[in-house]
Design a protein around this ligand. Sequence first.
Ligand SMILES: Cc1cc2nc3c(=O)[nH]c(=O)nc-3n(C[C@H](O)[C@H](O)[C@H](O)COP(=O)(O)OP(=O)(O)OC[C@H]3O[C@@H](n4cnc5c(N)ncnc54)[C@H](O)[C@@H]3O)c2cc1C
Length: 341
Amino acid sequence: METILYLAHTDDDGALPRAAREALTGAMTLRSQMADAAFVAGFIGGDVTAAIEAASGCGASAFYAVAGPDFAASRYASDAAALEAICRASGATIVVAPATSRFNRVIPGVAQRLGGRIDTHVGGFSVAGAELRVQRGFYRQRMVGTLTRAARPWFLTVDGGIFAKFESAPAPVTVQAVPVTLDAKHTRTRVVGFKAPQSSAQTIRPDASLLFVAGVGWTKKQADSQVHLDEAAKVILGFLDKSGASLGSSKSLVDQSTEGQNVFSFMSHLNQVGQTGATPRHPKGLSACCHGEEPHVVGWRFVGERRAINLDPNCGWAQGKADVLYIADAFELVRKVGELL
Ligand SMILES: Cc1cc2nc3c(=O)[nH]c(=O)nc-3n(C[C@H](O)[C@H](O)[C@H](O)COP(=O)(O)OP(=O)(O)OC[C@H]3O[C@@H](n4cnc5c(N)ncnc54)[C@H](O)[C@@H]3O)c2cc1C
């Protein structure tokens, strides 16, 4: 009989992160297809009370926890020790966890310690007879494969944006504290602070309903043969502020920034979408001043409804890659939309 273990860590404030809530729905979806399987949950963090409460209605038969100041921050050695202890205590054969940066770093190591196997970028589950099959993306999510494994424990990290966020009224549960002893080698790394890329505004908003992608056109000479960087920055930031959109960028635009030209201080390589950038998931996307070539379209794979603004009626978006293409001056159009908002 399989034992499905759902794993989560807390956010800095002790809450259950959105990605963990989504992965919980994924684990419950899997559980619903494996009638014979046991379903248990494990949590790590400084204080896991709020996170367990948020997940308590999931129907798990046991809740395991490793908590305390040593487990508050992401640190490979202590996280690995904690997760290994929970996996051993629960006797897990299938482990479902959110693909957060904290877990992406540590779960492969835990799989190794337990002699298990891991698959990342999991996007779906199906059960045929008693055989579990998972879907996962390959080649920067351009292809979907279905696979199964006999090896156990099998660790599966679930990408964000696939399952709905788990929301439920709290239920009374009994939590089993799993003992973990840390020695000097576990604690020699200390988190002393965060260093973020230079940015005057937090422009990457994974939860936003709109992805706004800016391209090099914003920095090009316009009809008056002049570049209008300050105005472009004002229009883009004004629109982001009003719409709450997440800001994406073409590679060419962020490359310019790092080469010391035409810098938009609110943008870094983290904003880049595409083949060599991110493939974010948002219900809608609006691209402005981008040519929208194939690599860029890769970055839009998981964007539901796609619109673009370009002066050029033959731009890349016109080749069937956008649902709606506005042939217009993005400066004028985005400014106007900002005003209307
Ligand atoms: C191996 C490899 C990997 C790559 N990976 C990526 C990637 O991950 N992401 C990515 O984005 N690119 C990637 N690229 C680069 C990609 O091929 C393009 O060069 C790049 O996306 C072009 O950027 P752009 O559309 O911003 O600029 P441009 O191609 O210069 O397009 C600018 C557009 O702005 C329009 N414009 C100008 N002024 C206005 C205005 N006032 N109003 C409206 N429109 C206006 C123009 O008509 C033009 O279409 C990669 C390339 C290679 C070779």
